[in-house]
Design a protein around this ligand. Structure first.
Ligand code: ADP
Ligand code: MG
Length: 156
């Protein structure tokens, strides 16, 4: 399966989708990368909060707008949450040692991946969010076999 979409009525539905996605991602081995597309306020950080909650982080999730990345060492996985909104040049990712984050068993969730185009590796999945009818429309798209397996396991 290469595409999966649904409409999310409210914030709690976005968090729940993040948890559901994380449950499928937890079955994957190796490094997984998910790109989060959508305007400011689309719900990218909210979705990330759901993923982190599934993996055991119950605290707040602040977008790392100035630091670019926040790491969460959780029992099952290390999750890196990127927000590249303020990245000036994709080359800066090389200086911050971007390759080290895409290491064994890490999960990389990346807001504003377009800012890192050309340097970021191809993601396993893209989640595109947009405001629709007071809620959010989310479209998940797989780019690798791992991504396709995750989408195939998502509930209908
Ligand atoms: P982004 O990271 O894309 O800029 P956020 O995750 O910070 O966006 O979310 C922005 C706002 O959207 C938050 O106030 C959040 O509560 C709200 N939100 C998230 N999901 C939904 C939804 N499905 N319906 C309505 N509001 C939502
Ligand atoms: Mg955000």
């Amino acid at each position: 399966m290469t595409e999966w979409s649904t409409w999310l009525a409210d914030e709690s539905a976005t968090v729940a989708l993040g948890e559901c996605l994380a449950e499928q991602l937890a079955h994957c081995s190796g490094c997984i990368s998910v790109h989060l597309d959508g305007d400011l306020g689309a719900g990218k950080t909210t979705l990330t909060r759901g993923v982190l909650r599934y993996f055991g982080h119950s605290g707040a999730v602040k977008s790392p707008t100035y630091t670019l990345v926040e790491g969460y060492e959780l029992p099952a996985r290390t999750v890196y949450h990127f927000d590249l909104y303020r990245l000036g040049d994709p080359e800066e990712l090389e200086y911050m040692g971007i390759r080290d984050y895409f290491a064994d068993n890490s999960l990389c969730l990346i807001e504003w991946p377009v800012r890192g185009a050309g340097i970021l590796p191809e993601p396993d999945l893209t989640a595109a969010l947009k405001v629709q009818a007071g809620g959010r429309l989310v479209m998940l798209e797989a780019h690798t076999d791992t991504g396709a397996a995750v989408l195939a396991a998502m509930p209908a």
